[in-house]
Design a protein. Structure first.
Length: 465
């Protein structure tokens, strides 16, 4: 068995779904289990509907729900056999009626809880997986739709739920392989349910994680992540378009890149795959002939020092200064206790005798954090910063990497720098305004020459053409 996960753009329309069907069909003998994201930008649209509801914009949310229904109905009708149209309409009616009731309830309450966010955002994957399963039938393949909430069991941390692995693996092993024997199993990514059946989600971009959990649970031979780029590229294509395809990379490197902003992979994806040692492939659903990126457990010998450059935008740099605490022990503990209490993760840290600088990317509770920190220190904040993170196994063995970075970024103000404890990354903070320039010059510095065993020089250029 293999798991094939298709992201939002890969199922954004009838045409895209037809591409999915033909990609899966060509691999049918490997007994694929298909995991799909919501169609296109559906998750964002569902969240916009929820926000319109609690703001009391009734006409808006009613119109937005209608648009979403029209969109799903229009695309689905193009890929669903005539004989199934009545059933399709009935199912769409059911889902959209339920959604409307839920949204009206929110409008009355005027409050959006993490639990209701999950209930609403789950409709994207529930609809897409159902539609894709019908599409297989249209093209003559037997398919089975499995509601992911039956098999992915999570804790109660709504919008960021973690799988309960033992129970989830047990259910996956029981439910999926018998169905996959003679059918294509189709399920939604991103969603799950608590043990008592309340709908949860694994966090934005979580369908990659679902694919990996499913792969581990059924003992798949491979997990394929089909998306809209040729694979992991040497730089984020939304910032720098001249990147090259990385052909092969280790789990550790891929995890680090994902954590530091390479959206092509959800950061948790590698966890189940590493545990069961299942290779993960990143592939382009618009160019299935391209080999993509292969993520493997062992480190990959490479002549280049760096494998890829990841970036995280919209970072806030927090500077905490305390002369009173000069040389006092317990200063760091007090600081981190505050971040812990307000559930605000910290990405990078730099310390001096009397001050600590750190970065955060979720400013939701920053005002509360700041108020607490101000009780025992002076705090200043700088918004619109970015983390740039060079990742590569060889960074740990190669002297002079920092010197090359400083040289390449001669004219850019580096606000903070840290060599990660894992030794395979070198990260620094620059102002967002300098980000593009910084990535361009770093790319020139580290990727002017490419090890052909690891990189495909033409990959990204072809994709852009
Ligand atoms: P999907 O909907 O298929 O899950 P995502 O939008 O979540 O797709 O992830 C794919 C996107 O990740 C790409 O379109 C690209 O803009 C972005 N991305 C960021 N960094 C990288 C990188 N290093 N290599 C490839 N893609 C990247
Ligand atoms: N549809 C979800 C999201 O947009 C999950 C995913 O696409 O991976 O975040
Ligand atoms: Mg994604």
């Amino acid at each position: 068995m293999i798991v094939m996960k298709f992201g939002g753009t890969s199922v954004e329309s009838a045409t895209a779904i037809e591409r999915v069907v033909s990609i899966v069909k060509a691999r049918a003998e490997r007994r694929p289990v298909v995991v799909v994201s919501a169609m296109g930008k559906t998750t964002n649209k569902l969240l916009a509907i929820a926000n319109a509801a609690i703001a009391g914009h009734r006409a808006d949310y009613i119109a937005q729900i209608q648009d979403l229904r029209d969109f799903h109905s229009r695309e689905a009708r193009l890929v669903v056999p005539l004989s199934e149209r009545a059933e399709l309409d009935r199912t769409l009616d059911e889902h959209f009626q339920e959604l409307t009731e839920l949204v009206k309830g929110l409008a009355i309450l005027g409050e959006l809880t993490p639990r209701s966010i999950d209930a609403i955002s789950s409709y994207g994957e529930r609809l897409s997986s159902y539609i894709v399963s019908l599409a297989f039938a249209h093209y003559g393949m037997k398919a089975e739709h499995v509601d992911a909430r039956r098999v992915i069991v999570t804790d109660h941390r709504h919008t960021q739920a973690a799988p309960l692995y033992t129970e989830t693996y047990a259910r996956l092993a029981r439910v999926i392989p018998p169905l996959a024997k003679d059918s294509i199993v189709v399920m939604g990514g991103f969603i799950g349910a608590t043990e008592d059946g309340v709908t949860t989600t694994l966090g934005r971009g979580g369908s990659d994680f679902t694919a990996s959990i499913v792969g581990a649970g059924i003992g798949a031979e491979e997990i394929q992540i089909w998306t809209d780029v040729d694979g992991m590229l040497t730089a984020d294509p939304t910032i720098f378009s001249g990147g090259h395809r990385v052909k092969i990379i280790s789990f550790a490197e891929a995890a680090e890149l994902a954590y530091f902003g390479a959206k092509v992979l959800h950061p948790a994806t590698v966890i189940p795959a590493v545990e069961k040692n299942i290779p993960v492939l990143i592939l382009n659903s618009r160019r299935p002939e391209v080999e993509g990126t292969r993520i493997v457990s062992e480190s990959v010998p490479c002549k280049n020092t760096v494998k890829s450059i990841a970036c995280k935008r919209k970072i806030t740099l927090v500077n905490i200064h305390s002369t009173r605490m000069l040389m006092a022990h317990g200063f760091l503990k007090r600081i981190f206790d505050v971040f812990e209490r307000f559930e605000t993760p910290v990405d990078m840290v730099a310390t001096s005798e009397v001050s600590v600088s750190l970065t955060i990317d979720n400013p939701q509770r920053l005002a509360e954090v700041c108020a607490e920190l101000c009780q025992f220190s002076e705090v200043s904040m700088e918004e619109s910063q970015a983390i740039v993170c060079l990742v590569g196994d060889n960074i740990r063995f190669t002297p002079g990497v920092a010197a090359r970075v400083f040289h390449a970024l001669e004219s850019v103000n580096i606000r903070m720098i840290s060599q990660g404890a894992s030794l395979l990354n070198l990260s620094f903070v620059v102002a967002e305004a300098d980000l593009k320039r910084a990535v361009e010059s770093l790319h020139r510095e580290f990727f002017s020459q490419l090890d052909p065993a690891v990189f495909d020089a033409n990959g990204a250029a072809d994709a852009a053409a």
